[in-house]
Write a protein that binds this ligand. Structure first.
Ligand code: CIZ
Ligand code: SF4
Length: 320
């Protein structure tokens, strides 16, 4: 019995020790290699806390562009690391889990989009940032959930295609009365919930405000008290008088909401409201990525040039 207890203690000790070492080792490697760590708001809480910068994809891409570092380790999904590479071509961008893709981004391929463009030569192509670099390279302008409304207003009156998210597209089309085709894509994480799911929760918490990401179904977006990107929702709860919120997006953002507003209450729509791909990256993966300098994002030159052109168009409109 005595031996068993000792074995358990040794195992627990080495587990705790390893966890501690990852943090220390990551910090040491970061300094040694002049590297910075980025984490999206949907990452695991411990990754968000260790990162040098935590935010949405637009914020992180802008930091990538401006920061003085040799290596960026991007804890997020593939298209986000690609965007960082597009905006910081001279820096090495690493993604700890190469298989952390975005199923919604993968719903639009370059081959499909080329075919659409052949059939619709007069249509302007508006790409949600959740697209691969190869798809971005075929588009006229990019938008993110935090700036889609501002950017799209530049295109009122034109023939448009919005891809890949049909929910965010439908929201824009409806609000600005656009002549816009919608790609048949969606986020499996946000699109899963029905109006009934949300209304039941609202009835159970009549004193809570309903906050919704525009990737949710349009009928849910329409009844929300506030619609916004992760960053938009975070800023909203900080400024709001209300004390209780139903949070209609991936649960990772609630970590930041609780940190920013410890006196407020945040209710998940469902405890399964999480993105499997975003949660793939663990401390161990982050450590290995930094140690072995993998997996590096590399893109063909023509894709770099053309995808960046579409992102730059977005920045040009925003900075006007
Ligand atoms: O652009 C991003 O970071 C995504 C995918 C979500 C959001 O609303 O911030
Ligand atoms: Fe893609 Fe949805 Fe996951 Fe965001 S939450 S990375 S849109 S699958």
């Amino acid at each position: 019995m005595q031996i068993h207890i000792e074995v358990v203690i040794i195992i627990l000790h080495s587990y705790g020790g390893n966890k501690m070492n990852y943090i220390e080792e990551i910090r040491r490697l970061k300094k040694e290699k002049n590297a910075v760590i980025f984490a999206h708001y949907y990452q695991r809480p411990e990754i968000q806390d260790l990162a040098d910068y935590t935010g949405d994809s637009l914020y992180l891409s802008k930091i990538a562009r401006d920061i003085d570092a040799e290596i960026i380790v991007f804890c997020g999904v593939h298209f986000m690391a690609e965007s960082a590479k597009l905006l910081a071509p001279k820096k090495r961008v690493l993604i700890p889990r190469e298989d952390a893709g975005c199923p919604m981004a993968d719903m639009a391929t370059a081959t499909q989009l080329k075919r659409y463009k052949e059939d619709h030569p007069d249509t302007k192509i508006v790409a949600y940032v959740n697209t691969t670099a190869a798809v971005k390279a075929l588009t006229d302008v990019c938008v993110t959930s935090s700036n889609a409304e501002q950017v799209i207003q530049e295109y009122i009156g034109e023939k448009l295609l919005y891809l890949p998210d049909k929910n965010l597209g439908a929201y824009l089309k409806d609000k600005y009365n656009l002549e816009m085709d919608l790609w048949d894509g969606f986020c499996y994480v946000h699109n899963r919930f029905s109006l009934d799911d949300v209304e039941n929760l609202r009835n159970a918490h009549p004193d809570a405000e309903l906050l919704v990401h525009p990737e949710m179904k349009i009928e849910i977006v329409k009844i929300a008290d506030f619609v916004g990107s992760t960053k938009g929702l975070l800023e909203y709860v900080q400024a709001a008088k209300a004390k209780k919120f139903i949070v209609g997006t991936e649960v990772g953002i609630i970590h930041q909401m609780k940190k920013a507003c410890p006196d407020k209450e945040f209710i998940e729509i469902n405890e399964d409201f999480y993105c499997r791909n975003m949660k793939k990256t663990t401390m161990e993966h982050l450590y290995n990525s930094l140690l072995n300098e993998e997996t590096e994002i590399n893109l063909p030159e023509d894709i770099m040039v053309n995808a960046k052109r579409s992102l730059d168009k977005m920045f040009e409109i925003l900075e006007r």
